[in-house]
Design a protein around this ligand. Structure first.
Ligand SMILES: *Cc1c(COP(=O)(O)O)cnc(C)c1O
Length: 384
């Protein structure tokens, strides 16, 4: 049996809605389905303003433009993160000050942030790893104290909450991803969430190539033109049509992913009790959205052994980020601080397959193989 790490899921009406969008005759951006998707998020989560983008990376680039990030600025970003968490800010010329992860889970160590702040600090970027919230009260308090902005990279975090508040809706700005590896997907896609009204008007302009076209289409002005910087950040309405087909099924998709996540947890708990692996921790203030199920091993060697053994029986398990402060692009620009937790997750974290279409017999097979491989790793028999 061959079980991939991920399989993009089709909920049913995606292609039908693409057909509808073609029939509408408005194929470019900001059409009927774009509005439907944006309203979905505004209604479901109470977000003040949402703009659909071609990717989460693009939404984060919009954040960097909206915050006027420029050379001389510093932006605090967790090192255990995706390239796009940092890239948009470096592209505007900022220096990235990398923060370490917590010792108990991969999210940023909230208590390590304050000492990284200097008079040049413009923003803190938070990544809610695996959709598990960082402690946003601590982060928002620090940001308020030093008058700096908070951007939530909520790429993993659709339908996840912090003390009941939806992630993406707490910082000044937030960004979701609808890349095909995420819970809700349209191949490539993203969403900018604007929680601070000071940014709303300018966000629409940056979204539409630096023009005030969105206001023109609402009839607020009688001609539109070039008024600011920007780019073409908005996707075709056909992409939005596909995405809408997924959003309609959000509850169903979440239920399935959570049931897989919970069964992994219940089945593998005994290996945590035996000291073979560490399972994910969800703090009391956070919810779980079933985006990632990961295990932590005690060494790189043990993780490599596990991935190889699982692969031999057809099960694709995957490590995750390489610490950004060690990346080829940034290592010579990093200030040299050791980030031991980020490095530990780089070496020891492994993600297990989790996707809607995982069939019951595939899941049974997967769990049996996990029992065999982890069973072999008990005790002193195996030296790695
Ligand atoms: C997937 C991901 C992104 C990038 O999303 P795209 O939509 O592919 O641009 C950014 N940050 C994190 C944490 C991600 O996982």
């Amino acid at each position: 049996m061959n079980i991939p790490f991920n399989k993009p899921y089709l909920a049913g009406k995606e292609l039908y809605y693409i057909g509808e969008s073609v029939k509408n005759g408005h194929l470019s951006g900001n059409g009927v389905f774009t509005k439907k998707c944006q309203e979905f998020f505004e209604n479901r989560y109470g977000f003040k303003k949402c703009l659909l983008t071609t990717s989460c990376t693009d939404a984060l680039e919009m954040c960097a433009l909206l915050l006027d990030i420029k050379p001389g600025d510093e932006v605090i970003v967790p090192s255990y993160a995706f390239v796009s968490t940092a890239l948009p800010f470096t592209r505007q010329g900022a220096k990235i000050i990398f923060a370490d992860s917590r010792s108990d889970r991969p999210g940023v160590d909230e208590t390590s942030i304050e000492e990284l702040i200097t008079p040049k600090t413009k923003a803190i970027v938070v990544l809610h790893y695996a959709g598990v919230a960082s402690d946003m009260d601590i982060i928002m308090e620090i940001a308020g104290k030093y008058n700096i902005f908070v951007v939530e990279d909520a790429a993993h975090a659709i339908e996840s909450f912090y003390k009941g508040r939806p992630l993406g809706g707490i910082g000044h700005l937030g960004a979701f991803s609808f890349h095909e590896t995420k819970n809700i997907q349209c191949g490539e896609g993203g969403l900018l969430i604007i929680n601070d009204e000071r940014f709303t008007k300018r966000a629409e302009i940056i979204w539409e190539k630096g023009t005030n076209r969105a206001a023109f289409f609402r009839g607020e002005i009688d001609k539109y033109g070039w008024v600011d910087t920007g780019s073409s950040f908005l996707p075709s309405d056909m992409i939005a049509a596909f995405l809408y087909g997924q959003l309609e099924n959000l509850d169903k998709i979440q239920q399935r992913r959570l049931s897989i996540w919970n069964r992994y947890y219940d089945t593998l708990k005994k290996y945590e009790d035996l000291g073979i692996v560490t399972l994910p921790v969800i703090p009391k203030f956070a919810s779980n959205n079933g985006h990632i199920f990961y295990l932590l091993f005690s060494s790189l060697g043990r993780r490599s052994y596990f991935i190889r053994k699982m692969k031999e029986c057809g099960c694709a398990c995957s490590f995750h980020y390489l610490s950004l402060h060690r990346s080829e692009y940034y290592r010579n620009l990093h200030d040299g601080r050791e980030l031991v937790n980020a490095d530990r997750y780089m070496d020891t974290l492994v993600r297990l397959p989790i996707f809607y279409d995982l069939a019951e017999e595939e899941f049974d097979y997967l769990l049996k193989r996990l029992d065999e491989v982890l069973g072999e790793m008990i005790g002193e028999k195996l030296v790695i």
